[in-house]
Design a protein around this ligand. Structure first.
Ligand SMILES: [Zn+2]
Length: 447
């Protein structure tokens, strides 16, 4: 019988001691970036201080200015290749990976030997928390290459004594072959790719219970914590689906869901997490939705302090049912600051549309949110395109009734009146990695 925690002492550390550890690490991290990083020295001088402010508690992180991704990109554009952010000489760099660059130029991340040691330790703790154990056959459906998720999961599972099957994010046939032949016990992928594999297995007539899958660890994009998506993934692949989150810029796989499935746990011994109001940038109360801001306490090469992730979460700091004391975000990443849809004054997120669409057995899991401007009505509108699930056929009155039911569910989820269009089964392209399901055809309003 394997133990419940990989690092029992740190994972269940009382919060007072956890916060003391954070304050100590923060004080030394701030002193270090000011002493060694030209980028931080200039940034903090511009904010009015040249020496480290007094740091006695994790909250003192608020004395520091916010750090945005665009600042990091600008620093690297001004001084290719890595900018002048690092606190160590370039000869100490031993690996580079980049962010995916879905919203602009990628940021080049670098790691020293110590950085890799701690990020791998975090990843081992993460996969253990999600239920991976020695002896598991772990099939990896993340892209390798420069995408941080693949290589980190690969190493962590290998280090724990699992058999790793590194297939990557594109070779669907191979995935199906290993799932049915080798009977892998765990699958790592984006929820989109996992959903696609479930669809393909269904088409091939493979019953989920005939597979060997026990656990699915799904990250790289939100979705797993959306109740209807989790239900479809669990039923379609016959496994226990866990959400997890990480950032190449900070720490890959830093936040896993435990068996309670009541939020992704942050590794607070390595990071301070804040949740700030998107406009005022002041902390919101625990349980309220805001932007996740992370301060890296362990990174050596390029530590990011008060990094504005643009990911929206709500944070809970009470001890979890699993016994861990580290803060968690129930519902995972509920959206991104920049993918909030603003329609005639109403605001909603693609994850809310996802939860509505995937609640219908008659519909396939793929969908698109199409935004347009109606010049005659001088108003924006939104149509959700959905597909019928294979084997379902509706016509005439049944077709109209299904559209009405989906529209009603969408209204309940989003608070907006969205049109529904049913398109032929299989006509929407399936995304393998980071899916883009919002198509915005609105022209800027001329006033
Ligand atoms: Zn927990």
């Amino acid at each position: 019988m394997h133990p419940r925690y990989l690092d029992p002492e740190i994972e269940t550390l009382p919060r007072a001691r956890l916060e003391k550890l954070q304050a100590e690490k923060l004080a030394s991290q701030v002193a270090r970036v000011i002493a060694k990083s030209p980028f931080y020295r200039a940034k903090y001088a511009a904010a009015g201080f040249s020496a480290s402010p007094r740091v006695a508690a994790p909250e003192d992180v608020r004395k520091l200015p916010i750090l945005s991704k665009s600042e990091l990109r600008e620093a690297q554009a001004a001084k290719p290749y890595f900018g002048d952010i690092a606190t160590v000489p370039a000869s100490d760099f031993i690996e580079t990976l980049s962010t995916t660059g879905t919203t602009g130029r990628p940021f080049h991340c670098v790691w020293t030997k110590n950085d890799l040691a701690y990020t791998h330790a975090v990843m081992r703790r993460t996969v253990w928390t999600m239920g991976i154990r020695p002896g598991d056959i772990v099939q990896i459906g993340f892209a390798y290459g420069l995408f941080v998720a693949g290589v980190n999961v690969h190493l962590a599972c290998q280090q724990l004594g699992c058999l790793v099957v590194p297939i990557g994010a594109t070779n669907t046939e191979r995935h199906l072959e290993y799932l049915t032949g080798l009977k892998s016990t765990a699958l790592f992928a984006t929820p989109s790719f996992a959903m696609y594999l479930a669809e393909r297995l269904k088409e091939a007539g493979v019953a989920p219970e005939s597979l060997g899958l026990r656990i699915g660890c799904f990250g790289g994009e939100p979705g797993t914590a959306v109740p209807a998506t989790r239900a479809k993934l669990e039923a379609g692949l016959g496994l226990d689906a866990r959400d997890y989150y990480g950032l190449a810029e900070i720490c890959p796989g830093m936040s896993p869901e435990c068996e309670a499935k009541d939020g992704i746990h942050f590794c607070e011994d390595h990071a301070i997490v804040e949740v700030l109001d998107p406009e005022t940038k002041e902390p919101v109360a625990d349980g309220e939705v805001g932007v996740l801001v992370v301060t890296d306490l362990s990174r050596e090469a390029v530590p990011l302090l008060r990094y504005w992730t643009n990911d929206l979460v709500r944070l809970v700091r009470e001890r979890c049912a699993c016994g861990r004391t580290h803060a968690r975000a129930p519902g995972g990443i509920v959206g991104r600051g920049d993918d909030r849809i603003n329609l005639k004054g109403a605001k909603f997120y693609p994850t809310q549309v996802e939860n509505a669409v995937r609640a219908f057995a008659e519909l396939a899991p793929e969908f698109r949110i199409v935004l347009a401007h109606d010049a005659a009505k001088r108003a924006d509108n939104c149509t959700v395109r959905v597909e019928l699930a294979p084997g379902f056929a509706v016509a005439g009155e049944a077709h109209a009734t299904l559209i009405e039911r989906v529209a009603a569910k969408l209204r309940a989820e989003t608070g907006s009146g969205l049109a529904v269009e049913i398109v032929p089964t299989g006509s929407l392209e399936r995304a393998m990695t980071k899916s883009k399901r919002v198509i915005d055809n609105r022209k800027p309003l001329v006033r």
